[in-house]
Write a protein that binds this ligand. Structure first.
Ligand SMILES: *[C@@H]1O[C@H](CO)[C@@H](O)[C@H](O)[C@H]1NC(C)=O
Ligand SMILES: *[C@@H]1O[C@H](CO)[C@@H](O)[C@H](O)[C@H]1NC(C)=O
Ligand SMILES: *[C@@H]1O[C@H](CO)[C@@H](O)[C@H](O)[C@H]1NC(C)=O
Ligand SMILES: *[C@@H]1O[C@H](CO)[C@@H](O)[C@H](O)[C@H]1NC(C)=O
Ligand SMILES: *[C@@H]1O[C@H](CO)[C@@H](O)[C@H](O)[C@H]1NC(C)=O
Ligand SMILES: *[C@@H]1O[C@H](CO)[C@@H](O)[C@H](O)[C@H]1NC(C)=O
Ligand SMILES: *[C@@H]1O[C@H](CO)[C@@H](O)[C@H](O)[C@H]1NC(C)=O
Ligand SMILES: *[C@@H]1O[C@H](CO)[C@@H](O)[C@H](O)[C@H]1NC(C)=O
Ligand SMILES: *[C@@H]1O[C@H](CO)[C@@H](O)[C@H](O)[C@H]1NC(C)=O
Ligand SMILES: *[C@@H]1O[C@H](CO)[C@@H](O)[C@H](O)[C@H]1NC(C)=O
Length: 520
């Protein structure tokens, strides 16, 4: 999973809300033939001649700009698929892999066809499940952008000129989207504030008073906003791998720096329990030490093919983000000590990473406020985060976004915390890098009636990982019953208003090749 899949706004709610009734009669679904509307990930995949009767595909026209009535110049067409059993017991909005802007419509297909891709959704078969591509992506008026030979650099700008160049590349990319995409002006209307109004129009068009939601990663940002804007329409909301509204620039980056340092210790703990780890006999601390040695050698120019920035970006992006691969990381560090730096070479990775990463900008840059978009501001942010950066990893995906979004032509107006007393189920894992667990604690504090499930383990998004935490979430979705307080080795549950325990020690939570995350 190379997608950014994570992170994650407030403008004139009252004026936005007013636009709804004016245009409501236009918001009817056009059901279309699925065979002629195959989602991109399934194109070229062998599909049955007769598609299952549970699979439905649709389009709906919505305003591009919700502050104005829908019309020929103010309309975009959203595309979605649905899994629809004969007698659905409710509607679940499944917000894909987050991203934002990861492909989603294929999940309705995957559920109806029982493809392996839908395995994480197993258990939801009695619901109408909506899988909507976010505005500006895939079946929903996709932007047409040109990447050319641009590669997101592994390094951060270290002077004014580099800062300008860093941002100019993004401006150029955005301009290509802008000139090549209709309707004109769409780039200004791809924020999460707008996406959640799309969700609500679909809910109404499908004839539901309330909507449940299974949101992953960046989708959680929308879930919180939706709950605040449409409180009456909220059913059972699961927020898994949370990026909450209201964290400032420093905290967002600081938390990722702390999280990546924790993960390096998890790699070390894994090694202690892995007889095949190259540093196994060297004992505790050997993995951070190897990283440190490699970094020093890279800084000294010992490696002909990689820089210290390659080491930092690769360890972060290729081995520790999303689903960390500690076996791979430990192997790559050992190889680099032996002068083989193949696994740390960003030049091979960057061109694959870039096209998956860039689509997040069109929404994140409209959602996350930049508090100081100057080189001096960016650089001082980097200085400030170094205090918690024990291993001097220095790389953070959110930090790169903050630099890059400065070059995006549209900016967020504000990003404030949203308090709500709607009860929701929040999920996190101790060692998530994409959406560090501190963000979930923060959201838990904003939502006085929510329950927090902490999975003691690694990786981003718990619904993907079978075990007691996932089971608690799916049980809530299907029954509406919140899990009660528990404190086990693989999961803890904190009821509304209780304090969360400190984040687990990386060496104490079970880990290693022989540890299974299955039910305990
Ligand atoms: C849907 O499209 C397929 C292929 O384009 C066609 O074979 C099928 O008859 C169509 N189904 C309906 C109900 O129109
Ligand atoms: C879906 O696939 C899984 C495993 O591939 C299988 O166990 C299950 O029975 C299938 N479900 C249906 C409804 O066919
Ligand atoms: C995207 O824009 C380019 C340049 O104008 C054009 O050649 C291409 O056909 C467009 N692609 C799509 C899918 O519209
Ligand atoms: C970073 O360090 C400061 C000072 O020690 C501390 O107050 C803060 O909580 C740390 N940040 C995180 C995310 O732990
Ligand atoms: C550097 O890269 C070149 C070209 O890929 C390769 O032939 C060489 O072995 C590499 N050197 C090291 C020390 O990894
Ligand atoms: C993790 O890395 C190892 C070694 O490179 C590889 O064999 C394995 O397939 C990877 N695991 C996953 C889940 O990708
Ligand atoms: C790695 O390369 C350095 C020179 O850059 C050399 O001194 C050292 O012996 C090499 N180590 C191994 C294990 O080959
Ligand atoms: C941005 O940050 C720099 C460095 O801390 C500071 O000198 C400058 O005043 C800040 N600018 C704004 C607009 O806050
Ligand atoms: C959960 O267990 C841990 C370790 O066993 C302990 O430190 C912690 O205080 C417990 N938390 C609660 C809420 O009981
Ligand atoms: C882990 O599993 C492997 C393979 O099943 C086995 O050989 C090894 O003894 C196990 N190690 C521990 C510590 O249980």
């Amino acid at each position: 999973m190379l997608r950014y899949s994570f992170l994650t706004r407030i403008i004139g709610f009252s004026s936005l809300a007013l636009a709804g009734p004016l245009t409501i009669k236009q918001h009817s679904i056009q059901w279309i033939n699925c065979s002629s509307n195959i989602p991109q990930p399934l194109q070229g995949v062998a599909l049955p001649c007769t598609l299952p009767s549970t699979l439905h595909c649709g389009k709906i026209d919505v305003p591009m700009d919700y502050t104005k009535p829908i019309g020929p110049d103010n309309m975009i067409s959203l595309g979605f698929s649905m899994y629809r059993p004969e007698k659905p017991i409710g509607l679940i909005n499944f917000f894909g892999l987050g991203g934002p802007n990861a492909e989603t419509a294929s999940y309705g297909w995957a559920l109806a066809l029982n493809l392996t891709q839908a395995a994480p959704l197993a258990g939801l078969e009695n619901f109408d499940v909506l899988a909507l591509d976010s505005r500006g992506t895939f079946q929903s008026n996709a932007l047409n952008c040109t990447i050319g030979d641009y590669v997101v650099p592994p390094s951060f700008p270290s002077n004014e000129a580099e800062f300008s160049a860093y941002q100019a590349a993004v401006t150029k990319f955005a301009n290509s989207c802008s000139t090549q995409t209709k309707p004109e002006g769409i780039l200004a209307h791809l924020s999460t504030n707008e996406a959640i109004q799309d969700w609500d129009l679909l809910r109404a068009a499908l004839g539901y008073d309330t909507m449940h939601a299974l949101t992953w990663s960046y989708g959680t940002f929308g879930a919180v906003k939706y709950a605040k804007m449409f409180p009456k329409n909220v059913g059972r909301f699961v927020l898994d791998g949370i990026i909450p509204p209201g964290l400032d620039n420093f905290n967002l980056v600081d938390q990722q720096i702390v999280a990546v340092n924790r993960l390096l210790l998890r790699a070390d703990a894994f090694c202690i329990n892995d007889a095949a780890c190259p540093f196994h006999t060297a004992g505790k601390g050997s993995v951070p030490q190897a990283f440190n040695t490699i970094l020093d050698r890279a800084i000294a120019g010992d490696y002909p093919n990689i820089t210290s920035d390659d080491v930092r970006a690769m360890v972060y992006l290729a081995y520790l983000s999303s689903s960390p691969n500690f076996t791979a990381l430990n192997g790559v560090l050992a190889a680099a000590l032996n002068n083989d730096t193949t696994g740390l070479t960003y030049s091979a990775f960057g061109p694959i990473y870039t096209p998956g990463f860039l689509p997040v900008l069109q929404t994140i840059c409209l959602d996350q406020t930049l508090q100081n978009n100057t080189f001096a501001g960016f650089d001082s942010l980097r200085q400030r985060i170094s205090q918690n950066d024990t291993a001097q990893i220095q790389y953070s995906q959110i930090l790169s976004l903050m630099g890059l979004c400065g070059g995006w032509p549209y900016k967020a107006k504000s990003n404030v915390a949203l308090k709500t007393d709607i009860p929701m189920l929040l999920l996190t894992s101790d060692f998530d890098l994409n959406t560090p667990t501190e963000g979930s604690t923060f959201e838990f504090q904003q939502t006085s009636k929510s329950t927090l499930v902490v999975r003691h383990g690694d990786g981003h998004v718990t619904s993907l990982i079978p075990g007691p935490a996932r089971s608690a979430a799916f049980s809530f979705l299907t029954t509406g019953v919140f899990p009660t307080a528990t404190n086990q080795s693989l999961v803890s549950v904190f009821p509304p208003g209780t304090p969360r325990d400190p984040i687990s020690d990386p060496y104490v939570v079970p880990i290693g090749p022989n540890v299974t995350t299955a039910e305990v």
